[in-house]
Design a protein around this ligand. Structure first.
Ligand SMILES: *[C@@H]1O[C@H](CO)[C@@H](O)[C@H](O)[C@H]1NC(C)=O
Ligand SMILES: *[C@@H]1O[C@H](CO)[C@@H](O)[C@H](O)[C@H]1NC(C)=O
Ligand SMILES: *[C@@H]1O[C@H](CO)[C@@H](O)[C@H](O)[C@H]1NC(C)=O
Ligand SMILES: *[C@@H]1O[C@H](CO)[C@@H](O)[C@H](O)[C@H]1NC(C)=O
Ligand SMILES: *[C@@H]1O[C@H](CO)[C@@H](O)[C@H](O)[C@H]1NC(C)=O
Length: 355
């Protein structure tokens, strides 16, 4: 009760709900010409994500697939210093397929913890051990020639390895999970992995669901079906949406067509109904997989002006648009910042007075 007044004030300023769920994009380790991304490449990407015009909330979280800088054995990925510089929150990734040991991933992570200290660890919101490993060895993964994967027994072992390696470090309490397709989560043979994780990351792409009636007009049903299937497999464990999106160009897939209009429709009908309410890492800010003919990037050349208007319908429940102006500092934005600082100072005073 003694917090009633200040909390009401906080809520009325719209501050209380900030930072409740993570909003961001995925980021691969290499560029669209398969070169290792350097710190400057990551920085540009993370900076663009936060400055997207008419963005429905601040996209300041990044999901990575590996801790290792591309073309090195176990050097920490340069996304880490870029995240520190841009104050981006990190969902870390451990690459688990095609290997019998994740030792190099864990070495890269512990080197980063030592090297960057709390500047780094304070940004980490979770760690995903693996990405679509069990999908790749499933019937549909094999049919789609998805590549080398990993079975549930190995995934459970790797998750335990990660927990053991984080013990006694500043990251010992972060959520440890795994990312896979909804089909892999719904497959009962993979239940041991669900028992082992703190969260389930799910990758949902109605575009690829060619046996589900995947015309864009049915995207909401297909998305809900896939999300619901993950949730029922998850039981009480949290489900994070680690990849979702619709390609702007590329081949047809079943009834799905890759067009700018459909990508915008998908953003509006799916993205705008989840942003700010569940953890979402959208696929994708900028394409970096030259082997995929479908192109999902919402920006071209990392421009802060996206390919379509990102603002969400007013009644969608998504955060209001930000970055309405070009990002150069105007007198107006400085005035807003100082108003906010004064508001925060008053609230700090209120809290201490009431406590
Ligand atoms: C952490 O960030 C602060 C402020 O930028 C800097 O002074 C300090 O050297 C950084 N620490 C490490 C270990 O990088
Ligand atoms: C279910 O999962 C197991 C283990 O990951 C896999 O071997 C099997 O092929 C999967 N089933 C289907 C129908 O894909
Ligand atoms: C829409 O999607 C749902 C769920 O996948 C499916 O059952 C239904 O048949 C689809 N509708 C059409 C018209 O294809
Ligand atoms: C998914 O679950 C939600 C909430 O329980 C429900 O409203 C919706 O109809 C379900 N959708 C499908 C396609 O199963
Ligand atoms: C984006 O859409 C919003 C809402 O309809 C509109 O107010 C805004 O002017 C549009 N922005 C751009 C850059 O077209």
């Amino acid at each position: 009760m003694r917090f009633a007044v200040p909390l009401a004030v906080v809520a009325s300023l719209g501050l209380a709900l900030a930072d409740q769920s993570f909003l961001g994009f995925n980021s691969g380790a290499t560029t669209d010409s398969k070169k290792p991304k350097k710190q400057a490449d990551f920085e540009k990407e993370f900076d663009t994500a936060q400055k997207l015009r008419y963005s429905p909330g601040l996209f300041n979280s990044v999901r990575l697939y590996t801790n290792i800088q591309a073309e090195t054995t176990d050097t920490p990925i340069e996304a880490f210093p870029a995240a520190i510089k841009t104050n981006s929150k990190l969902l870390l990734g451990i690459w688990c397929s095609g290997t019998t040991s994740i030792k190099n991933e864990l070495t890269a992570l512990s080197t980063a913890i030592t090297k960057y200290g709390s500047n780094f660890t304070n940004l980490v919101v979770g760690i995903s051990v693996g990405s679509e490993d069990m999908y790749r060895i499933s019937d549909s993964g094999i049919k789609n020639k998805a590549g080398v994967g990993q079975g549930p027994t190995t995934m459970v072992k790797f998750i335990k390895d990660v927990r053991a390696s984080l013990k006694g470090t500043p990251l010992s309490n972060i959520p440890v999970g795994h990312v896979d397709t909804w089909t892999a989560w719904a497959n009962k043979s993979n239940k041991a992995v669900i028992d082992e994780v703190d969260f389930l990351g799910t990758n949902l792409f109605p575009y690829y669901e060619d046996d589900k009636g995947n015309d864009i007009s049915n995207a909401t049903s297909v998305f809900e079906y896939a999300l619901n299937s993950t949730k029922s497999a998850a039981g009480k464990k949290p489900v994070w949406i680690t990849e979702t999106g619709w390609p702007l160009t590329g081949p047809d897939f079943g009834q799905a067509k890759a067009t700018l209009d459909n990508a915008r429709t998908y953003w509006n009908t799916i993205g705008c109904t989840i942003f700010g309410r569940v953890n979402v890492w959208w696929y994708e800010l900028h394409d970096s997989n030259p082997d995929n003919a479908a192109k999902f990037g919402v920006t071209k050349d990392l421009s802060t002006t996206p390919q379509f208007n990102l603002s969400c319908p007013a009644n969608s429940g998504a955060p209001a648009s930000i970055n309405l102006q070009d990002t150069k500092k105007s007198a107006g934005s400085i005035a807003t910042v100082s108003f906010m600082s004064i508001a925060v100072m008053c609230l700090t005073w209120l809290f201490s007075a009431v406590a």
